[in-house]
Each structure stands twice: as structure tokens, then as C-alpha cells.
Design a protein around this ligand. Structure first.
Ligand code: BEZ
Ligand code: FE
Length: 307
């Protein structure tokens, strides 16, 4: 009788062997398992085994890794997703986003969503001030939503959110900041224009009091995000864009903790020290002004999810 070897693919009884460990594991998958899941699991097992073979962890090191992943899960609540934070600081969130949003040139690029988006935020008229705590340097944001051909898109929905001048989102400081401070929904007018008042954003740390923060510290990385305003811009018939506007003068512009900065998303912020101009836009003192257009690409089909 032919001896059963770990590599006899015709055999259903394959024994574990270091040299062919990933193949042994992958051979156990049922042939009728979902094809996409089989592909994903095969690749994950191959890469995981290759990494373990290269690293050659001691039992203690492997247990430390298990402990880290356990703590990461235990840190998760309705308000805190430590696994997404881990994916963010490893650059995986930005990579998945890049793979899924290969837009035509000229379209506004996506960047990271982050954990502080809140659906159904207050709706504002253009010109409104979304800063409810009166802190920070006044900022006017104005621009146009257009399609790739440069035609204005009327009635586009612009959801905006940012931290206050202390570097916290409203949802991180319930009872300290006014509810919905520095977040709201605007609608572009018939010419695609939008405008609102806010404050100049500043850099702030991602939540770093958990295992992900400890990992960053252990590998000598800071937790700071480059100063930004978040936007989600949606209009029927177009791909929604989840994006940011970055300030050009932030010390973390080129070292964002979650790799969210893209050259095309760094704006020019101009300081306007003219009382008449300030009065015209509803401020009483010098203010910052940023002019920013969003360009939306026509809708594409969504891909099927892994079961
Ligand atoms: C943020 O922009 O708020 C953010 C993004 C990724 C991780 C943590 C925070
Ligand atoms: Fe943010």
C-alpha cells in the first residue's frame, strides 16, 4: 500500500509537518466551502505560517501576542473599536480603502473614517457656525461640489465633524462639550456651493489608553493625527466620498498616526485680518479661510461581502 505522506493531496489524512504546515491546514477545508472564503483562508494561513516560521516565537512570545489580541477585544465597546484602531495604526484601514476606492483622476480621494462619525447630526443652513463652545480660531470653509466634468452638483449632502480646540470630539466629552459641537450636515445650493463657519482644526491623539496605544509606545511611535476636518459627501448617482481637509502647517502633517494624509487633501488656509471681511462672513475678529471643492465620481457597483 502506498504510504500516506503529508503531501499526498489525494489523501484525506494529512499529518502535521513543519515544512508543509500551511498546506496541511488548508487541505482540511471542505471543497464545497464558499470559494471566496476558501481563497481568503488559504492566503491567510499561508502568510500566517510564513510569518511564524520567520519569527520563530518562543511560547512566551506567542502567549504575549495572544494576550495582546485578547486585551484588544476586551477594550471594545459600543464606543471603542480597538481592532479598527489596530488596523488604522498598521496602515491596513488605508490600504483596504485604497483598494476599494480607485477613483478616476481628478476625483476627491477617500481617507480614513475614524471612530467619531455620528449619523443624523444636526442639519444647518449654509453660513451657519457649527462651533458651539466658542473655543479656537474662527475658520470659514467654502467651496463647491462638482462632478468629474466640473459641473456643479446641487443638493449634495456634506456631513462634517472635527475636534474642538482642546483636541476632543463632542462624543468623547459628553457633558463637557455641547452635544453635536463641531458636527453638522450642510446641503449644496443650486450652483453646488456650500459654506459654513467653524474653528481651525488642531492635531490630537487617537485613543491611546489601551493595548494599541501601548504598542505604539513600545515601537516608538506617537499617537497624533494631523489636524483635519472630516467630511462625507453624498449625492444620488455618485460615489460617496469619506475624506478630510488637512491644514498645511500641522507638525504631524507628514507623520499622521493612521497614515490618513494624502497630498491632494492638504488645503491652503489663509489668515484674513480685515474687519470688513470678518463682518461679511459673520465673524468679529481675524479669521482663517479655506476654499475647498469636492469632485465626485459617478457611482460604481459594490463588491460582494465575505460571508
Ligand atoms: C480620527 O480621525 O478621529 C481617528 C481616525 C482613526 C483612528 C482614531 C481617530
Ligand atoms: Fe478625526
Amino acid at each position: 500500500m502506498k504510504p500516506v505522506t503529508p503531501f499526498d493531496s489525494a489523501s484525506s489524512s494529512l499529518y502535521f509537518e513543519e515544512a508543509h504546515s500551511a498546506d496541511v491546514v488548508n487541505a482540511r477545508m471542505a471543497p464545497n466551502a464558499d470559494a471566496r472564503l476558501r481563497q481568503v483562508m488559504t492566503i491567510l494561513v499561508e502568510h500566517l505560517h510564513a510569518a511564524v516560521k520567520e519569527i520563530e516565537p518562543s511560547h512566551e512570545e506567542w502567549l504575549a501576542a495572544i494576550r495582546f489580541l485578547t486585551e484588544t477585544g476586551q477594550m471594545c465597546t459600543d464606543w471603542r473599536q480597538e481592532y479598527i484602531l489596530l488596523s488604522d495604526i498598521l496602515g491596513v484601514s488605508m490600504l483596504v480603502d485604497a483598494i476599494n476606492h480607485r477613483r478616476p483622476s481628478g476625483a476627491t480621494p477617500n481617507t480614513i473614517l475614524g471612530p467619531f462619525y455620528v449619523a443624523n447630526s444636526p442639519e444647518y443652513e449654509n453660513g451657519a457656525n457649527i462651533c458651539l463652545d466658542g473655543k479656537g480660531e474662527p475658520l470659514r470653509v467654502a467651496g463647491c461640489v462638482r462632478d468629474i466634468e466640473g459641473r456643479p452638483i446641487a443638493n449634495a449632502k456634506l456631513e462634517v465633524w472635527q475636534t474642538n480646540d482642546d483636541g476632543f470630539y463632542d462624543v468623547q466629552q459628553k457633558g463637557i462639550q455641547p452635544d453635536s459641537n463641531l458636527r453638522g450636515v450642510l446641503t449644496s445650493d443650486a450652483e453646488g456651493r456650500y459654506w459654513f463657519r467653524s474653528v481651525k482644526p488642531r492635531h490630537y491623539p487617537i485613543p491611546s489608553d489601551g493595548p494599541v496605544g501601548r504598542l505604539l509606545g513600545a515601537i516608538g511611535r506617537h499617537p497624533n493625527r494631523a489636524a483635519h476636518l472630516h467630511f462625507i459627501v453624498t449625492a444620488p448617482g455618485y460615489d460617496s466620498v469619506i475624506t478630510h481637509i488637512f491644514t498645511p502647517d500641522c507638525p504631524y502633517r507628514d507623520a499622521d498616526a493612521v497614515f490618513g494624509v494624502k497630498r491632494e487633501l492638504i488645503a491652503e488656509f489663509n489668515k484674513i485680518d480685515d474687519p470688513d471681511a470678518a463682518e461679511r462672513v459673520g465673524f468679529s475678529a481675524p479669521f482663517w479661510s479655506v476654499s475647498w471643492d469636492f469632485t465626485l465620481a459617478a457611482s460604481t457597483q459594490p463588491r460582494r461581502a465575505i460571508p
